[in-house]
Design a protein around this ligand. Structure first.
Ligand SMILES: O=C(O)c1ccccc1N[C@@H]1O[C@H](COP(=O)(O)O)[C@@H](O)[C@H]1O
Length: 223
């Protein structure tokens, strides 16, 4: 079976970290964005990160963070990757990557063909790109809105670095999303919650099972 990696984002409680690791996810995401229902303080994130077993990569999600915030986070929280989910420019992505020496994943919102060139631009400077649904105008959050985009827009496309699919994924639709896009990594936040900010262990497990089923399906040649 070919592996498809899963990131569970927006963990706020130690039991979420345990459920994420036990289900077999590869990445655990912590949101540092006060407007989000999934926001964690630096000290909370530190406690959660220390709960994570070896093999579960810890990702810090920030939105237009300045160096002071990044310094504070990275001095206290043992992270493996930064996720930049705001309007960070290509130059700022490169600057953060050089300054902190940590892999950087840049989120890019997609709603139409016009959004695709940015994936190429960021793909040249980031370690990974996160192909997410573009947040609607006026939305309080730049991500984590449970909205999917038209996956046909990226079917068969490839970029200069590894990429992850996000946006409105759920246990019910992730198999179709993988089949349509060929994604080898997927990211989910609201689709595995019982309410905003509260992860549901059964839904996390169902999501990982659906991804595993999809991986099996793509590795079996069709007759
Ligand atoms: O999850 C949040 O609260 C959040 C806040 C600010 C920026 C990004 C956020 N989440 C990321 O958005 C995508 C998609 O989330 P969803 O599955 O559609 O709810 C995902 O990458 C989260 O990491």
């Amino acid at each position: 079976m070919s592996e498809i990696r899963v990131k569970i984002c927006g963990l706020t409680r130690p039991e979420d970290v345990v459920a994420t690791a036990e289900a077999g996810a590869s990445y655990a995401g912590f949101v540092f964005f006060p407007k989000s229902p999934r926001h964690v303080s630096v000290s909370q994130a530190r406690e959660l990160a220390l709960t994570a077993p070896v093999g579960l990569a810890k990702v810090g999600l920030v939105v237009n963070a300045d160096d002071a915030l990044l310094d504070e986070i990275l001095e206290q929280v043992p992270l493996d990757m930064l996720q930049l989910h705001g309007r960070e420019s290509v130059d700022r992505v490169a600057e953060i990557r050089a300054r902190y020496g940590l892999p950087v994943m840049k989120a890019v919102g997609v709603a139409s063909e016009a959004d695709l060139p940015a994936l190429l631009d960021y793909g040249k400077v980031a370690d990974q790109i996160l192909v997410d649904a573009k947040a609607p105008k006026g939305a309080a959050l730049p991500g984590g809105n449970g909205l999917a985009f038209d996956w046909r827009l990226i079917a068969g496309r490839r970029w200069p670095c590894p990429w992850m699919l996000a946006g409105g994924l759920t246990p019910a639709n992730v198999g179709q999303a993988i089949a349509m896009t060929g994604a080898r990594q997927v990211d989910v936040s609201s689709g595995i919650e019982s309410e905003p900010g509260v992860k549901d262990a059964a839904r996390i497990s169902a999501f990982l099972q659906a991804v595993s089923d999809a991986a099996e399906a793509v590795s079996v040649p069709r007759l």
